[in-house]
Design a protein around this ligand. Structure first.
Ligand code: F6R
Length: 263
């Protein structure tokens, strides 16, 4: 796991966008795994800028989102489908059918087979080249809450009380926050060839410390990234503030050999 500590939120967004841009330009059919929420908005803003000002071409890109609230119509302003359209999809030249967000409208018996199909679609696309992740204050990735199996696949999950409270800010009426979601599993996420987890702000410091330096445990789902062969954790100073080995990570980053600098 590579830990990159940058000054602030903006730098985190730029660094993640730069890495995603690199994957887009270096592959013939790039496949991205995407996240929603407050963490990636700066990354998407920068990707849109790179498209508009530098011609970053999304026409060959396919994307799969991590998760979606169950019961929310795609046009609901708090749905992740709506989030992706307004933050990224509507502003770049992605082909509409190449950008997939799990449906929040599947119900009952359909959910299991829908989730299997979602996994199959990712496999058919050749697997995910780069998965972008945020982290919950409880250490979740996707909506794999603490206690999730570290080998889980795409499925329905119950949100914890804490996650519903954390996400209340995205809803005008807190009673509307769904209890259930569809999320890629931890096993699904771990199959991505590269993972970039981004976080900023003091509220994420404890989760980042547990994920990067704590034991690998279902109590902090993000800790499984320690087992990934190509995972980067890009954080600002505040989110890094509880890391014991922060000085070492900075040293490693500042002394990267030239041939590694673009990776
Ligand atoms: C969203 C997702 C979640 C968020 C996490 C952090 O697609 O998968 O794991 O990344 O809840 O959310 P923010 O960035 O809003 O703090």
């Amino acid at each position: 796991m590579e830990v990159i500590i940058l000054l602030g939120e903006k730098d985190v967004g730029y660094a993640a966008a730069k890495r995603i841009g690199k994957v887009i330009t270096s592959r013939t059919e790039p496949v991205l795994g995407l996240a929603t929420g407050g963490s990636p908005t700066g990354t998407y803003r920068e990707l849109v800028r790179m498209h508009q000002q530098e011609g970053l071409d999304f026409s060959r890109v396919r994307t799969f989102n991590l998760d979606e609230y169950l019961g929310l119509d795609p046009s609901h302003p708090a749905s992740y489908c709506h989030f992706m359209r307004t933050n990224l999809f509507d502003h770049v030249n992605l082909r509409p059918r190449s950008a997939v967000v799990p449906s929040g409208m599947v119900v009952g018996q359909e959910i299991e087979s829908y989730c299997e199909k979602y996994e199959e679609e990712i496999r058919q696309a050749g697997g995910i080249d780069l998965q972008l992740l945020g982290i919950g204050s409880d250490g979740h990735i996707g909506f794999n809450e603490p206690g999730s199996s570290l080998t889980s696949r795409t499925r329905i999950k119950n949100l914890t009380k804490r996650t519903r409270e954390d996400n209340a800010r995205y809803f005008s009426n807190p009673d509307e926050i769904p209890h259930h979601v569809i999320t890629m599993g931890i096993g699904t996420i771990m199959e991505a060839r590269e993972i970039v987890l981004i976080a900023f702000g003091k509220a994420k410091a404890a989760a980042i410390a547990a994920a990067v330096e704590g034991p690998i445990t279902t109590s902090c789902p993000a800790s499984i990234l320690q087992m990934h062969p190509n995972a980067k954790v890009i954080v600002d100073e505040a989110a890094a503030s509880l890391l014991q080995r922060a000085e070492y990570y900075r040293w490693v980053f500042d002394n990267k050999p030239d041939w590694q600098k673009d990776r």
